[in-house]
Write a protein that binds this ligand. Sequence first.
Ligand SMILES: [Zn+2]
Length: 489
Amino acid sequence: MTQTATRYETVIGIEVHAQLLTRSKMFCSCSQPTLESPPNTHVDPVCLGMPGVMPVINRVAVELTIMTGLALNCEIAHEAKFDRKNYHYPDLMKGYQISEYDMPICVNGWLEIDIDGETKRIGITRVHLEEDTARLQHATDSSTGEQYSLVDVNRSGVPLMEVVSEPDVRSAEEARAYLQALRQILRYIGASRANMEEGNMRCEPNVSIREPGAEFGQKVELKNINSFKHAFDAIKFEEKRQAEVLNSGGTIAQETRGWREDIGEAVQQRTKEGSEDYRYFPEPDLPPLVISREWVEEMRARLPELPDAKRARFQEQYGLSEYDARVIAESRARADFFEAATVDGSAERAKTVSNWVTGDFARLLNAENVEIQDARVTPEGIAALIDLQEAGTISGKTAKAVFEEMFASGKAPGEVVEEQGLEQITSSDEVVTSVEKVIADNAKAVEDYRGGKEEAIKFLVGQVMRETRGRAGPDVITELLKEKLAEKP
Ligand SMILES: [Zn+2]
């Protein structure tokens, strides 16, 4: 136990920014850039911040925000408003960012996380929309040593949804669970790719510590976090640092710290003198955003089944274990694949499909770093493979080999079986030949078995399986072996 854990309580609120999966940007018709887009190729006068141009609200961005709010159990405002947040930095083309200040689209929600087998509810303060900034790239001239910055405006104006939590998170473990649960929901809805490594989901935890029951302590904002691991490590670092400051009689400064993965520390970026004055005022070029109840209900109807509900249904409907249900429902694509492959809907078939999806299939996907929706294996392919095995056409061992070939080539299982001659031997004549050969070749094991060492038969079964290249089932082989071994030599 660290001193932090024994003496202080950690209090964390988390701000998450997620780039929305819309075709065009937030206030102009530019298409969204991809990670491969050359710099400054997705720009127009609006996102370049030219004077005299007029922004237009992206309807899909609003809809994705409403859906996210509904998934996070928020109240959806009847009227929201865009405001100008004024500050000067080279990544801000207009000198202000269009955001939502006091009238966000969604308020007062919650998200449940699982922590040590317990369910905990984390409050959601608000979900609002804003626009992303341009990207700056800092460089140094190799001949003069002069430092300069390059601006890529592609990202400027990309719809950004901000989800702000209540200070309900109490540990780095809870913060990680919260971020994972939020990412899962954003992906289920199709609101965002929500990939922290790619930067389309970014998080800023506000961390403070206090004596249990005391007032909130001074919070420190953590930035530059590009993965769940960074978030976890930065919070662990910060709670320890703050405890050391307090224990040595110091006070916590109001500041922003940036995580440095290379040194494993959150280093001071800037101190804040009081709250910054962004001189917010209503965006005069945009009308208030009126959100009718009909629109909200339309969005509610469009919501997919969410992870928690799906997990519960998989346990109930297919009798999956809690663990299997959780793994299968981890992504919507995986859950859809599972259900499509469970053609007859029976619990027995569901368990077999679940074993494939969480077993060999998951292993190969991980090894190749492929998402299930991009794999060559189809739900129909898995279903056909299971049919072949259940009909006794192929053995379980052969099924694994067939599956590897399906995964590599995208071929149907029937095709693989035929091409490679993998059909299980059903005529016992062929097996009998192998059995006789193995008995003749393994005098020692035969003698052991006949002398009463029943275990010896396992070795002989293995030899026949090798001889028949796994195409004969162990039960058939065992039966034939016993028959032959019972005959007097
Ligand atoms: Zn544009």
